[in-house]
Ligand binder design. Sequence first.
Ligand code: FPP
Length: 242
Amino acid sequence: MGQRAFEAEGLHVAIIMDGNGRWATARGRPRSAGHRAGSRAARRIVEAAPGLGVRHLTLYAFSGDNWRRPAREVAALMRLFAAYLRAETRTCVERGVRLTVLGRRDRLPLPLLHAIRAAEEATSSGSVLDLRLAVDYSARDAIALAAARGGVASPDRRAFARALATRLHAREPVPDVDVLIRSGGERRLSDFLLWECAYAELVFTDRLWPDFEPADLEAALAEFGRRERRFGGLGERREVVA
Ligand code: FPP
């Protein structure tokens, strides 16, 4: 089980889960309440994803630049991530979800590190969905690190992609991102999977992340299905880095 199963067909969807703060503010509640509601939305999407043909799901939970937020909000987010991992592990095992966490680990609080290791270990044989949570993640750091320490002697794309994928704790290369979804109305990439999104279809929605439902994922995938992907050529050819 495990590794090879994920190389079969199936979409790689990446999501920038934006809008938690505004969702909470609009309700007169603290931002942390928005993040908690956001974690419930993430749960719904993880549950729905396999049924919609998603094989790899990368969720942007915390960027390298998010450390600039007030210490209280950062601490609340770190606690929320640890709680999410602890609460979801059993369900992930039952549903065949393999959970890994992508990003730097040297700045994460110890309880979160323990929760990450436990969740990764417990779910390692999952083969239905490859769920990747990006925490303290920066695409530019990942690229710089792969360039500096990837051991890639020649400028070969595939070799570089492999080096990139195995940095920052991704266990193995995944296919390039097929669809990048950003909720919350902004239209930017915010240092997320810059290399892997080279040919991703970008889908932006004004829906704030806590309100994001499986139907919104379905709509984004339908939109993806309507777009013609040419990869710079004349017809469809999916480039797999593995
Ligand atoms: C962006 O909303 C969201 C984050 C920085 C954190 C993402 C965290 C979650 C979705 C909750 C936890 C998820 C999991 C999987 C445990 P924002 O605070 O930037 O919102 P704003 O733009 O409205 O201020």
